[in-house]
Design a protein around this ligand. Structure first.
Ligand code: GTB
Length: 217
């Protein structure tokens, strides 16, 4: 059965692949699972019909027959469990890969997300510069720790896994900030993720959505 995911009809990131449908698209591409996409407008996300799929009125969602999921991490985990390619067979290696999935979403993403939100909603506040410094310091702490653990490895735990997929999507939010560049191994790690054919297919698919909005007006 072909799953259907939801994505922004008009993503505020203008096709840069930063919205969270990107990680779901990438996971589906990695495992070779074709999928359909239903595009939703901002107001539509808050309607009862969409809230049946997503209690918080957001994207992405995932529907597959009777199953309906929300939360990008849970969706990627579901895809990784159902298909070969995103989680190792060895039980301990699998548990470690799942640990990295949680680390990406629970430990590394929060300070990066906080910074991104502050840059949007707090920019005009008198204390913005001071707050941004504090938030960026927190991001740097996590980047330093992650960089130390990655060392000269290609991926976080031997083979590429769903943990790397989520971590790369989290770090991509820092592109253009100048912060990632201070950790050459992390920059190379992100580039390694972006170079994967499955990433490129997913990226092109979401970019095509943005490009279509440019021609349709
Ligand atoms: N924890 C949930 C998950 O991981 O699935 C969070 C889902 C979420 O934040 N969805 C956002 C959404 O639907 C889109 S991805 N927002 C609409 C709303 O809440 O009303 C977050 C996002 C949005 C925009 C950019 N950007 O422009 O760069 C990047 C990321």
């Amino acid at each position: 059965m072909t799953p259907t995911i939801t994505a922004f009809e008009r993503s505020p990131d203008r096709g840069r692949g930063l919205a969270r449908d990107m990680r779901v698209r990438w996971a589906l591409e990695e495992v070779g699972q074709p999928y359909d996409v239903r595009l939703v407008a901002f107001d539509e996300m808050k309607e009862p019909a969409h809230r049946l799929l997503h209690p918080f009125g957001q994207i992405p969602t995932y529907e597959e027959g009777e199953l309906s999921l929300f939360e990008s991490g849970a969706i990627v985990f579901h895809i990784a469990q159902r298909h070969v390619g995103l989680l190792p067979d060895d039980a301990n290696a699998r548990a470690r890969a799942i640990t990295w999935m949680f680390a990406a979403l629970n430990t590394v993403e929060p300070p990066i997300f906080e910074r991104a939100i502050a840059m949007i909603v707090e920019r005009d506040r008198a204390w913005y510069a001071e707050r941004l410094t504090i938030l960026e310091d927190r991001v740097r702490v996590r980047l330093g720790e992650l960089s130390s653990r990655l060392g000269d490895g290609d991926w976080l735990d031997a083979a590429f896994s769903a943990g790397d997929l989520l971590m790369v999507t989290v770090l991509l939010r820092l592109i253009g900030s100048g912060m990632l560049e201070n950790y050459p191994n992390l920059s190379a790690y992100v580039a390694r993720g972006e170079a994967r054919p499955a990433y490129k297919r997913a990226f092109d698919a979401q970019l095509a959505v943005f490009n279509a909005t440019q021609t349709s007006g």
